[in-house]
Design a protein around this ligand. Sequence first.
Ligand code: ATP
Length: 248
Amino acid sequence: ETDEKLLEVNNIEVIYNHVILVLKGVSLSVPKGGITALLGGNGAGKTTTLKSISNLLRSERGEVTKGSITYHGERIQDLAPSDLVKRGVIQVMEGRHCFEHLTVEENLLTGAYTRSAGRGDIDADLDLVYSYFPRLKERRRSQAGYTSGGEQQMVAIGRALMSRPETILLDEPSMGLAPQLVEEIFNIVKSLNDNEGATFLLAEQNTNVALRFAHYGYILESGRVVMDGPAKELRENPDVKEFYLGMS
Ligand code: ATP
């Protein structure tokens, strides 16, 4: 984790369908090389915040109506999602979203689409992904639709890595996974952060696991940040203990 602010969200408001106000002034900042967690219950606005950054709101009739979002100090709000990927920001969507009829390896290769890299580079990136996810190497010729939920989450993260991102927006990586797999996925996130310097902003309902792996956390309630601080402090905060840590 460094002091350099990579991504900054300043007081954004988001409205769906022209009328439904969902984010009511959310601000957060993501330091380069950190793991930042966005916490909160169902419907608090975590996914909406991530989609505001990656500019995936438009397809859901959502719009950032106030505030600003900058990356390396530059406004990124009007960029197409694919241009953001070229700048190094990629979102791994909630629910994994593999191409079920493609093999695991074909799924990973689709992640390299924004790059003009040669086959040699792409092979090197595949090797890197397989070094973090040895299970995907074993299953590389299997149809993604027939792999387990945990493996599909690994495919989704692996595919994002193929674009050589600087920052990964990870939506609810623990969703639907057994505790042991959640632990495995978070350990991989941590080692990608430690060894590759990847920056993460992750949305999680599982406060417990997120605060063990993240450096800093923001807690959202009804479209507002109600608390933020270093993960260690949040873990020890009595309100967080009572309202969030008991739940998971
Ligand atoms: P979850 O973990 O359930 O995804 P979340 O914290 O990520 O929760 P969001 O998905 O961002 O929350 O949803 C925030 C609020 O916005 C919810 O009240 C939800 O019903 C509403 N919402 C989300 N998407 C849309 C949409 N496309 N149109 C209208 N309202 C929406």
